[in-house]
Design a protein around this ligand. Structure first.
Ligand code: 1PR
Length: 524
């Protein structure tokens, strides 16, 4: 029996799903004694160091945890669950950690995008039974902005390279911790958990021991989901955001089935966009929550859900916060949520007042779940002008002239699925959302959506240049070469596609083989 310490943050459902997939059974801690009485304890942490330690204190888990960690019984800390083992964190000055390991948790100060999001390798520093049967060249899924710095080098199990070499896992006796998420690292991650659950013996070194690792470029499969005219939830896809064919919503398949297929084909992440979410009330949108629950039982790579995440007043006048909506999605299996229309309205309000209220959906959700859990989905379209003076928005001199041979354009943000243009440009929106706490940008493009004509590199470079958080390029992929182009011509950390995958025109595996042949780091 595995005991799981769920202190109420983030996506513990995927850890439970992973352990149950491996044939294990899980008991979730309900009271402090459950910690002490555990045979084996798994502690997955997502969010921020300060709120985690605060909740552990409030629930009376700190002393039982310290006692368990001295007991010699097996412990597995994941992400914040590993950071909690250290003395303190730059993320929450003055807040004490469990102090099992001497050392500080530090923030990345590097010239790379932060958070460190994606698949990266591990350099093994000593043998451990959790890496038994590993080849040594596997990549695991990381999503964090802070890393541990143990004073005692002997506890270091692995390091990983991302702007600097940092400690990505630790082990001392029966206490193991990983910065990466085994429950979201596909089969290699499940193998680690299997070793922990099954007391795999003896500890051995894998055949390959790397001395350097590289963050892979991510290939993301996107499922635009909405109810069709019969009310069934289907995956749909159009071009330029028009998903109807002869008046009917195009039906490209069942969300859970397609997600499971893309997992097997090697997608690094799966994104669900509820494209009519701006109309609905998500918490009444049980079908979408069920899709998430079912998918998270079959898919062990990160899941992002977007569509309709904002504050609400329901028909009985009851007020719901975007944080409550997001919490429901995290508890249903999401690792990240994506905010579209509401992000534009939040940024407009911020630019008008010049003041952070702390109450916007971006600020609230990133405060509780960490900025890495908040993605901003931007739906821009080009507005062509003959000269920069024609607009107050930043323009680019474009190599793709406009309908009247215009040589300049700016990228106008839209809301409600491209239905309403706003007086804001994409780079400003991205910059403001980063300032408010967002951790990643999903940069779509209405002009390119569904065209199979390639990504909009000018748009991507404009937004890439305005933020220091990762950017996902989206819209327009038509062949494997388009993925190489976008990574060669822009600094995007990931590329997303929909239509070519749904229509089985380009298998995800072919995209990865092509990138591999071109020397682009990918997860194989
Ligand atoms: O505004 O917070 O309710 O969120 C709604 C979400 O749904 C937004 O993220 C918005 O991008 C998305 N959305 C709304 N309407 C549509 C539509 O298509 N009518 N889909 C829509 C946006 C963009 C990508 C698409 C890529 C790749 N689709 O997600 O998958 O363009 O497509 P391709 O590879 O086939 O070119 P809110």
């Amino acid at each position: 029996m595995i005991t799981l310490l769920d202190y109420g943050a983030g996506n513990v459902r995927s850890v439970i799903n992973a352990i149950e997939k491996l044939g294990g059974s899980v008991k979730v801690v309900a009271k402090p004694e459950d910690v002490i009485n555990a045979e084996k304890l798994v502690f997955p942490g997502v969010g921020s160091f300060g709120s985690m330690m605060h909740i552990l204190e409030k629930k009376g888990y700190v002393d039982p945890l310290k006692a368990f960690l001295q007991s010699g019984k097996p412990f597995f800390g994941i992400c914040l669950g590993m950071q909690a083992l250290f003395e303190s964190s730059e993320e929450a000055p003055g807040i004490r950690g469990l102090g099992v390991f001497k050392g500080l948790v530090k923030q990345f100060q590097i010239d790379r995008s932060v958070p460190h999001i994606g698949w990266n390798g591990v350099n093994l520093k000593k043998s451990s039974r959790i890496f038994n049967n590993a080849a040594g060249s596997e990549k695991y899924y990381f999503v964090h902005s802070y890393y541990v710095t143990p004073e005692d080098q002997a506890v270091i199990l692995t390091t990983t390279d991302y702007g600097l070499e940092f400690v990505s896992s630790v082990e001392s006796g029966s206490v193991t911790g990983t910065q990466f998420h085994p429950e979201k690292s596909g089969e290699p991650g499940l193998a680690l958990l299997r070793n922990f659950i099954s007391d795999a013996e003896p500890a051995s070194m894998p055949p390959v021991v790397t001395s350097h690792t590289e963050l892979a470029k991510r290939i993301i499969a996107c499922l635009d989901v909405r109810a069709n005219d019969q009310g069934d939830l289907v995956v749909t896809k159009g071009d330029h955001y028009d998903v109807r064919e002869k008046g009917a919503v195009r039906n490209l398949g069942q969300p859970v089935d397609l997600a499971a297929r893309y997992y097997i084909e090697g997608a690094d992440e799966i994104t669900f966009l509820n494209i009519t979410g701006f109309r609905d009330f998500p918490l009444e949108d049980m079908p979408m929550l069920r899709v998430l629950e079912e998918t998270s039982r079959k898919v062990f790579v990160p899941l992002t859900i977007g569509g309709g995440i904002r504050d609400y007043v329901d028909k009985d006048g009851r007020k719901y916060s975007a944080l409550e909506v997001a919490a429901q999605y995290f508890r249903s299996g999401a690792d990240k949520i994506s905010i579209g229309s509401d992000a534009v309205l939040i940024a407009e309000a911020f630019l008008k007042s010049g003041r952070k209220t702390g109450l916007s959906a971006i600020e609230e959700i990133s405060r509780v779940y960490g900025n890495q859990a908040v993605v901003i989905s931007i739906d821009p379209r080009r507005v062509y002008v003959h000269s920069p003076d024609e607009t107050r928005h930043p323009v680019v001199a474009t190599s793709v002239p406009g309908p009247s041979a215009e040589k300049y354009c700016w990228f106008q943000c839209t809301i409600k699925g491209g239905r309403e243009g706003r007086d804001m440009d994409a780079a400003t929106l991205a910059r403001v959302c980063e300032e408010l706490g967002a951790g990643e940008i999903l940069l779509n493009c209405i002009d390119k959506d569904g065209t199979n004509s390639g990504f909009d590199a000018e748009l991507i470079n404009t937004v890439r240049g305005a933020v220091s958080i990762p950017v996902i390029a989206s819209s327009g992929a038509g062949c494997v070469e388009h993925f190489h182009e976008v990574f060669a011509e822009t600094g995007a950390e990931a590329a997303l596609a929909a239509g070519i995958f749904h229509r089985r025109e380009v298998p995800i595996g072919d995209v990865k083989s092509h990138l591999d042949e071109q020397g682009v780091a990918v997860r194989r």
